[in-house]
Design a protein. Structure first.
Length: 363
């Protein structure tokens, strides 16, 4: 079975690499999009095209973005007219920076209509999004649920002592961590505002990740005058991820409920035996367990208050049980180890591909 899977490989997202590796273990031949489109023989023998983050564009040039969107419209048209099968994994409601972009919305609608199968990692919340564009009959035919994979052993281990010394973290201090790209939709600024208002003792907040823009970098720095806030505003290499996670006691993910559906960062934290405080996105709605802290919010002011109340709850629980975060983190790890392993995920994906009847030799 030949599959075009895009992105094919990623230097910054182990989700892609773990997914493609698990599929290759099922004897599936994986090609990248450029490889297939520039080789007629491979295009002819590749029947399934699986897209992730198809709506995302990376250029800051508006003209280049429009041309890329146009290419994607044409690509989908060609794939459908040549009898190819389109599989699309729905990761977000829309790209986080494109909620008001008419072209993106039209491409999204066209993509959903062209897709033969739509893979979702959270069920109920994804259906709410898809019902805005698809009928119940289309949803029943197209939508398939597969768990988001874990990140156990995905990154190299590294000792934490050097980081603790660099950040001046004392042995009796707890570390709250925000890890990942620092962007407005992730509400890093609201987290810092909430933490500043709490004025905790013996708690450090570490912000580790590369800001989306110079303007947002300056905003984060301006807010972080608190001596208990440590900024690592740069891209965190794979070799360093485990170090930041292992030095932390808790991961905080105050994501926007307007665009976010899934969060790989939730599964990354759980994979390192860390619990989370997170806005109640689709990922957590599907899990519905007591080993994490979650909340709903209606506006920015309420979001700050919910962050404060959850951080205060953690602090209070730690006073009653100093190992409460360790226990929740271990339970989270056991959950994702059992329910989000790549062997089961690749087997489910393999069955979805086989629904198209294009695999003769591996049935």
């Amino acid at each position: 079975m030949n599959i075009c899977f895009t992105p094919h490989k990623s230097m910054r997202n182990q989700y892609i690499n773990l997914f493609t590796s698990s599929l290759e273990n099922k004897k599936i031949k994986i090609y990248g999009l450029k490889e297939v489109l520039t080789d007629f023989k491979k295009f002819k023998t590749t029947k399934i095209f699986h897209f992730n983050w198809f709506l995302k564009v990376n250029s800051k040039n508006k003209i280049i973005n429009i041309l890329e969107y146009l290419f994607k419209f044409i690509l989908l048209f060609i794939l459908k007219t040549t009898g190819k099968k389109v599989v699309y994994t729905l990761h977000n409601k829309l790209p986080h920076d494109a909620k008001k972009n008419i072209i993106v919305k039209k491409l999204n609608r066209f993509l959903l209509k062209c897709s033969d199968r739509i893979v979702v990692h959270c069920y109920d919340d994804s259906l709410k999004v898809l019902r805005e564009e698809l009928s119940e009959k289309e949803i029943q035919k197209k939508v398939r649920y597969i768990e988001h994979g874990n990140y156990i052993d995905a990154y190299p281990e590294k000792q934490t002592q050097e980081l603790r010394e660099r950040l001046k973290i004392k042995d009796d201090e707890k570390v709250f961590l925000f890890l990942g790209s620092v962007e407005p939709y992730k509400n890093t600024h609201l987290l810092i505002k909430a933490f500043n208002e709490l004025n905790f003792e013996n708690v450090k907040l570490v912000i580790a990740g590369n800001p989306k823009s110079d303007e947002y970098r300056a905003r984060i720095k301006d807010l972080s005058k608190n001596s208990n806030i440590y900024l690592e505003l740069r891209f965190i290499e794979d070799e360093e991820l485990s170090m930041f996670l292992n030095v932390s006691d808790l991961v905080i993910l105050p994501y926007s409920n307007e665009s976010s559906l899934n969060s790989g960062s939730v599964f990354l934290a759980f994979s390192y035996k860390k619990t989370v405080i997170s806005s109640n996105i689709g990922t957590l709605n599907d899990i519905r367990r007591d080993f994490y802290y979650s909340y709903n919010y209606g506006n920015e002011k309420e979001h700050i208050e919910k962050l404060k109340s959850n951080m205060s709850l953690v602090k209070k629980e730690l006073e009653s049980d100093s190992k409460v975060l360790l226990k929740k983190g271990l339970t989270a790890y056991e959950y994702v180890s059992k329910n989000n392993n790549w062997e089961d995920i690749s087997q489910k994906m393999f069955k979805i591909y086989n629904e198209f009847g294009v695999n003769d030799e591996n049935k």
